[in-house]
Every structure is written in C-alpha cells, then in structure tokens.
Design a binder for this molecule. Structure first.
Ligand code: IPD
Ligand code: CA
Length: 275
C-alpha cells in the first residue's frame, strides 16, 4: 500500500465504513462513559470502542503511521503519515437517536497538533450511509459519484449557512451573539450538530457555506479536504488554512462576503479573555 492520495483515500474509506457499520450496530444500547469540557460534552462507550477499533485496524494495515484520535493518546509514527480520527462526530445526535453523525478519518502529512499539516486523503461516513471522500489533487466523491462544483448563491443574502457551537457555556454565549448578527444578513442558519458532515454538505451544495470557531483537527481534517476538492474555498479569516480557532468553508461566490460579515460581527479573537 503506497502513500499516494488515492491509495490513502481507499484506506480511509475502508476504515470509515468498518467503524460506521460498527457504531450503527450499537445504537440500541448507547451509554455515556464520561464527559469532557462540560457536563454536556459527552463521550459514549461507543465512541471509545469505535476509536479502539480504528486504532487496531490502522496498526494492522499501516503499522508505521501515527495516530491522532479524539478519544486516545497520540501515537507517533515513522512514515510521515498520521491518521486523524473522530470515531463519532456528532456524538450528541448519536446519543439522541438522530441520524446526523459520522465517522471521520483523514490521512495527513506533517504534525497534526500544529498548523503545519496537510490533509492527503479523507473519508466521512455518515449516519445515513453516505460515504464522502477525497484525495488531495484528485477530487471528492459522494459514494462513487464525483462531486463537481455546483452553482453558488448570488449573494450572502440568499446563502444558507451552517455553523456549530462549543460545549462550554461562556464560549457559546459569544458564539450566540455572533450568529445573531449574521442571521439577518443570510437566507438562514442551520446547526445540524456534526462538523464533518457540515463540511461535506458544503461540498455537495446542501449548504452554501459553514463556519465554526473552536473545532479540533479531528472534526475538520477530512471534511475540509472534501469541501476543497469539491471546489469550495476553505480557510480561516486570512490566507491561512482552516484552524482550530476558525474554520470557514464556502462557495467561492460568497466567501469574501461571508468573511467580511464575520469580521464585522467580531469573529476575530472571538474567545479572547474566555477560558
Ligand atoms: C462536535 C460536533 C458539533 C460541533 C462541535 C464538535 P463531537 O463534535 O462536530 O457539530 O459544533 O464543535 O465538537 O463532540 O460530536 O465529536
Ligand atoms: Ca467526536
């Protein structure tokens, strides 16, 4: 198995499908194992078991690779490739029996706990059974259908925008103030509860844009690549790649307008002074 983007994408798909089928089969008996940043930031026993499954499969299929997973310790690799894993993105939806959740698996080059990494391949397998995937420089797919850039909205005023919120109340309060300013300027807002899926929905044109403060590498690594490879623009407020501070993915037709609206609403340093 090579480190070519197409080969890594096939491995990402295989891993995401196995993990997704596993979590779908566990849905009748979901129990919370513990909480993290707040009492509503839950980790279920299935998150833990699914990540253990992914780690075991990666160790078997690609033993030299590193691992950065949401629910476990970092594994340093020797190959230069690291797998960035979210065993369940949208855990709250999963816990409540809602279908908007996914397994997110990305292969990245470079150290993923810094800004200095590049996603090479990724797969997002969602709770409705759709496999989203991409290989750097080669394109993005919904199942086996290539995603091509769809027509964008005419302006921000007619754009449907996805977003999400963190689990800590003080951070949500400022995110709420920002979205309140944006809401009158756009068609509408969607908060669907799974960042990786939101990014795929932008890729396919089911959302015109998406932004969120405070994502982690595992939330965005695969989905951001899928959106970019589908012809969307993905980044932060400047020219930087999407970061854990702010991720924006938008159809190029509304990117600049959305960026300006976010800056005007206070998106720079949104969490300054907040723990
Ligand atoms: C969360 C979801 C949610 C987003 C949060 C993420 P998790 O991931 O993607 O939509 O708003 O910022 O933390 O906790 O379900 O893996
Ligand atoms: Ca998760």
């Amino acid at each position: 198995m090579t480190d070519e983007p197409g080969d890594l994408m096939e491995t990402a798909r295989l891993l995401a499908r196995e993990a997704g089928d596993f979590i779908a089969a566990q849905r009748s008996s979901v129990r919370v194992a513990h909480t993290k940043s707040s009492e509503v930031d839950v980790v279920t026993e299935v998150d833990l078991a699914c990540e253990a499954l992914l780690r075991q499969r990666i160790a078997h299929l690609r033993p030299g690779d590193g691992i950065l997973g949401e629910e476990g310790d970092d594994v340093p690799g020797t190959s230069g490739i690291t797998w960035v894993l979210d065993p369940i993105d949208g855990t709250v939806n999963y816990l409540y029996g809602l279908p908007n959740y996914a397994v997110s698996v990305a292969a990245v080059a470079g150290p993923p706990r810094t800004r200095d990494w590049t996603a090479v391949a990724g797969a997002v397998y969602d709770g409705l059974g759709t496999m989203w995937s991409a290989a750097r420089g080669e394109g993005a797919w919904r199942d086996r259908t290539r995603l091509v850039r769809h027509d964008g909205p005419g302006s921000l005023a007619t754009a449907l925008i996805g977003t999400g919120f963190q689990y800590v109340a003080a951070r949500r309060a400022v995110q709420g103030r920002l979205v309140a300013q944006l809401l009158p300027q756009v068609r509408d807002i969607r908060r669907q509860g799974a960042a990786a899926v939101d990014l795929c929905l932008v890729a396919a044109g089911h959302l015109d844009a998406y932004y969120e403060h405070g994502l982690h590498a595992w939330d965005l690594a695969a989905g951001a690549l899928i959106a970019r490879e589908a012809g969307m623009r993905v980044g932060g407020l400047g020219d930087e790649p999407p970061t854990e501070e702010l991720t924006i993915a938008a159809h190029p037709a509304v990117w600049d307008e959305l960026r300006e609206a976010l800056i005007a609403a206070g998106a720079r340093d949104l969490f300054a002074g907040i723990d």
